[in-house]
Design a protein around this ligand. Sequence first.
Ligand code: TXA
Ligand code: MG
Length: 338
Amino acid sequence: MKTIIFNENNLEQAGKLIRDGGVVAFPTETVYGLGADAMNPEAVKKIFSAKGRPSDNPLIVHIADKKDISKIAREIPYEAEKIIDRFMPGPITVILKKQPGIPNEVTAGLDTVGIRFPSNITAQRFIKEAGAPIAAPSANLSGKPSPTSWKYVLEDMDGRIDGIIEGENCDVGVESTIVDCSSSPATILRPGGVTPEMLKEVIPDIKIDKGILKQLGKGEQPKCPGMKYKHYAPEADVTVIEGGRAFVQGEIDRLLSKAEGKTGVLTMFGDHKYNAGAVLHGGSTNEEYASNLFMRLREFDELGVDCVFAEFQEQDGYGLAVRNRLYKSAGGKVIKEN
Ligand code: TXA
Ligand code: MG
């Protein structure tokens, strides 16, 4: 299949491809999405095969007008209304009870559906041109870091999908915050660009799902190189070292002295000279780190790094989102200061 490259000047054709049942990748403020007409089950199935995604993992439905929410969800509870009013359009997804007409291919047979209204203008124009709600996961091959630049979409999807809209790099850099509003109290299922602190302003008793953070049990040691991971995983083997500056830098020096293969360090503090094959800066604030994380993980792969040690200290509201993605990219290999 020839993958057509679009830009903001020919979104009309990209929209037509969606109406014709095609799959088109598009920029959003979080990460690039892999879109198809959410009301067309055959088109939605193509997303799963292009990504290599298991069909029991549901997709988020993207809209460009709040009025469309009631066409997709059959109930909009008070908590959802608060979130929609305050944070949409923006980097957030609400899970609501679905309308019966939403295909099972989109929701993986669940009675609920994720709805997101991106703030990215190209995304909004594309959805409007398509004239349909767009089902879209992140535009990476399943298991790889989500693409925050169109060149990584091309790397993963060239020849596998009908089109890619070339847009700017994604500034939030991690996927949307997911809040389950299908039952009360609302629960954060995935942390993202809308932080728990921001959500508490509108829903003071919002819950945070326990599954968000997983780390190594006591006595478990990181291996390098080691097992393969299920999420956000670059080729390189990632270990997270979390805590204060002195602890983190000392621990990474120790790990580097024992590591085999080409080593890399992803920095946050950025003021220590490491004896490593490649040193890349993630960001000095958690917000900046979120914005760069997936891109840096792909850059380590381009540099042929076997083993990455990532500095991390939770500093602000974005910390939960960064930590969640870092832990997953590390397959749970975390060394944390007590
Ligand atoms: O920022 C984002 O959300 C990006 C951009 C493209 O919009 N999309 C994205 O999609 O990250 P994806 O498919 O990579 O992640 C969606 C997550 C999955 O973990 C899926 O299991 C969950 O949302 N999800 C979707 N529908 C759900 C539902 N009805 N109930 C619970 N979780 C759901
Ligand atoms: Mg994804």
